[in-house]
Design a protein around this ligand. Structure first.
Ligand code: G3I
Length: 375
């Protein structure tokens, strides 16, 4: 506790906030909940799950300068940078690196003994515009692009060597189209499939101790899942230094069902393959996969009891299954911390408020939280 207070003071917060948080968090029903309502309790998700897996959250550098920092220290033992380590932010020009956001998250993790997942080294989205073009604006060759990828990965991975224990090396390289295997991104169009293995090799050369993950979404869909499996298994069989698969888990009140979740985990239960849930959130709206314009019905954005109940049940079921598969799952990371803001406030519908996390806008644990720790 003393350690926690010291850290709060370092980032400009006082212990009062913690007391306020604890008293607001008074539980209602379960035995496990009892402790959190007393000022003695410092228990958080990370403690309830200490014999299961690490509990992480995706953060912005800004959030660490707000009272969210106190919540993180109480509840989580792992962090991921939501955006700050992505190529477009870190490496906006060929000779320009912008480390401020990424460094501040790395420093916070280090000072507070939190694990840090690196996100990410290669993705179709949030890539800087200079990457694929030469000085005249013409598309670069495969050789040039692979050299740029190597320079980027070597620089970033070396900088955080010893601080970042695991990297999402390649993200979302699989196509969502049923009859297409790999996404036809600029990476693929210029380099073919080879860029994927190369990215892992470059990362491994830069930090042989870092765990290297392939990370993707819609893992619950059997067709997409088979493609993820094919890619990961193929890389492993070819001797590429890949250590695990990141299953993002951007889910909703209507998916996944238990059977789909179990099937997914069973499929990835491969010897020597680590599995992490890397971007968990459970939207209070039915799952939609594509962005769309707002409709009349989208103005109803209150978190009703009905929506919340469905979310509670989904969280409860997911964590029950995660616990059962604890031998293969080494980390569960939420994609953001409280419901104050998340990417789902703008997807699939721009400006439609969502409430996908375990903490509300005031940072209080939601009803789903108590179900997740009640076991
Ligand atoms: O920073 C700019 C700001 O300057 C500008 O005014 C504003 C206007 O829209 O945009 C801001 O950038 C936004 C950025 O998030 C930071 O908030 C981008 O528009 C927005 O597109 C970007 O969204 C991020 C998204 O990745 C991009 O693909 C989300 O925050 C981030 O949560 C999301 O994370 C991804 C994972 O990396 C990979 N898996 C899927 C997951 C959810 O999409």
């Amino acid at each position: 506790m003393a350690h926690c207070f010291k850290n709060l003071q370092m980032i400009g917060l006082t212990g009062c906030w913690v007391m306020l948080f604890l008293s607001c968090a008074a539980p209602k029903n379960s035995g496990a909940l009892h402790e959190a309502g007393t000022s003695k309790s410092t228990k958080g998700l990370k403690d309830y799950y200490k014999n299961y897996f690490a509990i992480g959250g995706a953060v912005s550098p800004m959030a660490l300068h707000t009272e969210e920092a106190g919540l993180i220290l109480q509840q989580f033992n792992s962090l991921t940078a939501e955006n700050a380590m992505k190529m477009g932010l870190v490496h906006p020009g060929e000779e320009v690196y912008n480390w401020s956001g990424a460094d501040s998250i790395a420093t916070f993790a280090k000072q507070n003994n939190l694990k840090l997942r690196g996100h990410n080294l290669c993705r179709h989205n949030q890539t800087p515009t200079w990457l694929f073009k030469d000085a005249t604006g013409k598309q670069v060759s495969k050789e040039v692009l692979l050299k740029r990828l190597k320079d980027h990965i070597t620089t970033v991975v070396s900088r955080y060597k010893g601080t970042i224990f695991a990297w999402d090396v390649v993200n979302e390289a699989i196509s969502d189209k049923k009859d297409e295997y790999l996404r036809h991104s600029e990476w693929f169009n210029i380099c073919g499939e080879e860029y994927i293995a190369k990215a892992f090799e470059y990362a491994h050369e830069a930090d042989p101790n870092a765990l290297l993950f392939y990370n993707d979404y819609n893992e619950i869909d059997p067709i997409k899942r088979d493609k993820i499996y094919k890619l990961v298994k193929g890389l492993k069989d070819a001797g590429v230094p890949i250590h695990g698969v990141g299953l993002q888990a951007h889910w909703a009140i209507n998916e996944p069902n238990k059977e789909a979740l179990v099937n997914m985990l069973e499929q990835f239960a491969l010897p020597g393959l680590k599995v992490q849930i890397t971007e968990l959130d459970i939207s209070v709206y039915p799952k939609e996969h594509n962005a769309r314009g707002a409709r009349q019905v989208d103005t109803d954005t209150l978190l009703t009891n009905e929506k919340e109940q469905l979310q509670i049940e989904k969280y409860k079921m997911c964590f029950k299954v995660f616990r059962k598969y604890r031998k293969m799952i080494s980390g569960v990371t939420f994609w953001n911390i409280p419901d104050r803001s998340s990417w789902l406030d703008n997807f699939p519908v721009r400006n439609r408020k969502d409430y996908p996390l375990l903490f509300d806008k005031k940072l209080n644990p939601k009803k789903a939280y108590w179900e997740v720790i009640n076991f």
